[in-house]
Design a protein around this ligand. Structure first.
Ligand SMILES: Cc1cc2nc3c(=O)[nH]c(=O)nc-3n(C[C@H](O)[C@H](O)[C@H](O)COP(=O)(O)OP(=O)(O)OC[C@H]3O[C@@H](n4cnc5c(N)ncnc54)[C@H](O)[C@@H]3O)c2cc1C
Length: 248
């Protein structure tokens, strides 16, 4: 059984009509960058809990989570209403193995995310531990509209800090934008647009790919990498090139 503690809302920051971040103070056990907590609220007498990835690095005093409001979603629509001083429940211990310690030795680490699933990668990159072992890290954020690229300033700052190691790619699926690729992740791999943009080849000999977010993206990308790039899912004790976390 999970142990729960009370978290206090420090800030509810709305980025767009449907995307927001909660900054929370809570006495949790230190987590590992890439992990998630469970958040919970009592709604109409019923306790509702869901998993959410930490966006902040473990060293931060405040905790940050990044959400999309799901129309008629039980928890996300209620989390969106929280204001300074409100309280929620959060698991004392984090969960998840979508962390760098589980990534085998490789030259190039691809971090491919959709929507709110940029979170664990931002936590890992802000943490900064264990990044020296990669020659290149490619952080890809795929969204529907350009306005959804809310963490681009932070991504660019991380790129500057990592001095040539971090490559940033943004993908917008529902409009054509100047500095972003257009389409879906599997198609952009299939037509080599992603590799050509970054200037690095996807290869089972040199690369590991972390996939996070939309289950359809995870499934289709994984199948493509398995079928066309000779990659396979990574397990502890059975080394592969693909690690993934699905949000639903
Ligand atoms: C390991 C893990 C980490 C997660 N981290 C985050 C996070 O950092 N931020 C976040 O917003 N969600 C995250 N989720 C999803 C989250 O747990 C909830 O499913 C989501 O907030 C919807 O809950 P709800 O009660 O509002 O909607 P529900 O009534 O439970 O509706 C669920 C439906 O919402 C859709 N959905 C769920 N999550 C998303 C999403 N992120 N983007 C688009 N559509 C979605 C799917 O269609 C799903 O079937 C994570 C899930 C997992 C398993």
């Amino acid at each position: 059984m999970s142990k729960w503690v009370t978290g206090k809302i420090i800030k509810n920051k709305f980025w767009t009509n449907s995307l927001f971040s909660l900054i929370i103070k809570a006495p949790i056990k230190t987590f590992i960058a890439g992990q998630y907590a469970k958040l919970s609220l009592k709604i109409n007498g019923e306790r509702i809990q869901r998993a959410y990835s930490y966006v902040n690095p473990p060293s931060s005093n405040n905790l940050e989570f990044y959400f999309v409001i799901i129309p008629n979603g039980k928890l996300s629509s209620n989390l969106a209403k929280l204001q300074y001083g409100d309280r929620l429940q959060i698991t004392y211990e984090a969960n998840g193995s979508f962390i760098l310690k589980e990534i085998p030795k490789c030259q190039n680490l691809w971090m491919l995310s959709t929507g709110t699933a940029i979170g664990p990668f931002l936590s890992i990159l802000q943490d900064g531990n264990d990044l020296v072992r990669f020659k290149n890290i490619i952080l890809l954020h795929a969204v529907r509209h350009q306005k959804d690229l809310v963490f681009l300033p932070l991504m660019n700052k991380l790129k500057q800090n990592l001095e040539g190691k971090l490559h940033i790619v943004t993908v917008v699926s529902r409009e054509v934008c100047k500095n972003s690729l257009h389409g879906r992740i599997p198609s952009l791999i299939k037509n080599s647009e992603l590799e050509n943009t970054v200037g690095i080849q996807l290869s089972s000999k040199t690369c590991h790919v972390m996939l996070c977010g939309n289950p359809e993206m995870v499934k289709n990308t994984r199948e493509l990498l398995e079928n066309n790039y000779n990659m396979k899912k990574h397990f502890r004790g059975n080394q592969g090139n693909i690690s993934n976390e699905q949000y639903w």
